[in-house]
Design a binder for this molecule. Structure first.
Ligand code: ZN
Length: 367
């Protein structure tokens, strides 16, 4: 472990950007204001919805999880939730066991746990999810929870037994999100009352807002406290992102990245599906199949969408940390983990630090 590092530049602190020097070991030790010039120093990004990247995906098991962590670390993501797709139980078991093993592996410090996207989702709202949805089932859920630290579950609240499952998961401190759902407004409201708190890739794979049928989107905009959204410019129009920012206090950004992220055009796995990366996105037939986004690109997109840099950065770090109740990271403040991303003027990643240790990779400044 390298100790006693310092970086100089424009540091994002809880009070806003400060010019100065940042001193840290595994933790942030001091922020010293000084008239120095230098790159942006931001808290590392936290991505609560990631299926894969760099040609690999978490559904492969431990190696896929580790390759995904490594790929996204290079883009400044210092914490992520390995996110499953709907799959036969044996495949989910392999993924969860792989994630548990990866917690102890070389990139385990960047693994926040698991996001189960399904299998308790609507068969009518699969989007690009493989066709293995299950009705809500507490025993299956308990079994899956026993295999790895599950932090987030995405489910469809209109399914029979969903409300009971929401109560069960919420009592365990798991964040339950509505997604891949055809629920009416009233059904989704019952889910919030039962303890669900979030919305998965807001606007996508859920009932839209109509003034006589406000749907899941209407509920999220009316009284959602938290929601994730994909700022790749394909899944959601920038204006719809700005609208959600006005009404949902805890809105945070996710990549929903799949194996094709960071790869040339071609065919890649998404669980049981094969999907196609063409230059405008990743497709399963006519359906968007996750994204090729990384959170450094998300930051650049958000600034282009007229979201202020400070706000965009906080919604990529502090907000997801708060959502998962992680009080030791997500901001650059005394005593917090030194998970840092250093970016140039064009917001390109220069350096990444994970618990104070600078990461090296081919083409990075430190090799
Ligand atoms: Zn999805």
């Amino acid at each position: 472990m390298i100790r006693g590092w310092h970086l100089a530049g424009s540091i994002l602190t809880p009070q806003g950007f400060v010019q100065g020097r940042l001193h840290f070991s595994e933790r942030i030790e001091a922020i010293e204001e000084a008239p120095v010039k230098g790159p942006y120093i931001l808290p590392g990004f936290l991505d609560l919805h990631v299926h894969g990247g760099g040609g690999r995906e978490v559904m492969e098991g431990q190696e896929g999880v580790e390759a995904t962590l490594r790929f996204h670390l290079q883009h400044g993501t210092t914490g992520l939730l390995a996110t499953t797709v709907t799959a036969p139980l044996a495949d989910l078991e392999r993924t969860l066991k792989g994630a548990q093993a990866a917690m102890e592996g070389p990139w385990g410090k960047a693994l926040l746990g698991v996001h189960l996207e399904g299998p308790f989702i609507s068969p009518n709202r699969l989007g690009a999810q493989p066709p293995f949805p299950l009705p809500p089932d507490r025993e299956i859920a308990s079994h899956l929870l026993s295999l790895a630290p599950v932090r987030v579950v995405t489910l469809a609240p209109e399914l029979l037994g969903a409300l009971e499952l929401i109560r069960f998961l919420a009592e365990k401190g798991i964040r339950v999100q509505l997604g891949h759902t055809g629920a009416r407004y009233e059904e989704a409201l019952s889910a919030l009352e039962a303890g669900a708190v979030g919305f998965t890739h807001l606007y996508n794979a859920m009932t839209g807002l109509h003034h006589r049928a406000p749907g899941v989107v209407g509920l999220a905009l009316e009284r959602g406290k938290w929601a994730e959204i994909i700022p790749d410019g394909l899944h959601v129009h920038p204006a719809a992102i700005r609208l959600a920012l006005k009404t949902i206090p805890g809105l945070y950004f996710v990549s929903d990245a799949v194996a094709a992220a960071g790869m040339p055009e071609g065919t890649y796995p998404l669980g049981a599906h094969r999907m196609e990366k063409r230059k405008e996105g990743v497709w399963l037939g006519e359906s968007l199949a996750g994204s090729t986004l990384t959170l450094d690109q998300a930051l650049r997109n958000l600034v282009a969408f007229r979201v202020p840099l400070e706000e965009a950065a906080k919604r990529l770090s502090l907000y997801p940390a708060r959502y998962l109740r992680l009080s030791d990271r997500g901001e650059i403040a005394l005593g917090k983990r030194a998970d840092l991303v250093v970016l140039d003027e064009a917001l390109r990643v220069l350096e990444v630090y994970l618990e104070g240790e600078q990461l090296a990779w081919e083409g990075s400044t430190r090799n």
